[in-house]
Design a protein around this ligand. Sequence first.
Ligand code: PBG
Length: 331
Amino acid sequence: MRFPKTRLRRLRKGENVRRLTRNVSLSKDDFLYPIFVKEGIEEKREIEGLPGQFHRPLDGLEEVLSECEELGIPGVLLFGIPGEKDEKGSEAFDSEGIVQRAGRKIKKSSELTLFTDTCLCQYTSHGHCGVLSEGGLDNDKSLKILKKVAISQAEAGADYVSPSAMLDGQVKSIREGLDEEGYGSVGVMSYSAKFNSSFYGPFRAAAESAPKKIEGASKLDGRKTYQMSYGASDQPLREISLDMREGADIVMVKPALPYLDIIRRASESFDIPISAYQVSGEYAMIKEASRSGVIDEKDAFLESLMSIKRAGANFIITYAALDVARWLDES
Ligand code: PBG
């Protein structure tokens, strides 16, 4: 028997058939929007390096919350930039801290699901994700502080706390802390597979959280001693499986686009929702390239986000969430 001529182009000949035959799609259900609340400012200010994203004062949060709700975005990931920093990041677990006040406000004035970033780097004077001792990051001392941060965020209304410090045992310690304090219904989205990435550059400038070179911390080399090396492809799976055993409800791969292989392997290996973070550098690259006219912004965002879904992510944290929701409304 002769094979008929293969013509895959028959499946591409019109938009309708292309719609019918694709098996991955994007919807508003797929996005979590990161927001930055900053102490000590009166008006929202555009963040340099993240065009279209803002530092917002506590009193200016309603605007972005109602935008998210009107567009149908399910939730926000909240970051705080405190007025003062110290060695152990005390503002991160202060019940009157900027994130705690913002959390209460968000829960009072919206129905959005609130995820809080649970880390110390925005709050420590040295910019590291925990406390330091003997020239390095002290894992177990930092765990105790991170647990307090998580509890204070739960108290303020967080639906999911999101540890991003890459400390060993962070999910277990937080889960135990939440349960002891009666926050059994508050979940943990762990930044499980977080790579030591150059793509966090614009975020660190925005959050004023770049790690400093400091005397007495000779072992620290940026965040290389705690975030994963990008040459490791099995370690992220081990991190995820440990976090699952420690009680994570959602696990994250971060960044997204340079790590699609990890998202794919994780989604095939584990039965747990996987989020992927399209980080500041990924966003800024698309913004810059489209500003100079070399690529089309909308197409580039839709393509990159679709590829993250295609790799197996359940949802995506992206600074483009609001724009994408508007584009989806138009189409
Ligand atoms: C805090 C944290 C970082 C990001 C999210 N949470 C920065 C870092 O690890 O230095 C990066 C997000 C982005 O680049 O958009 N640990």
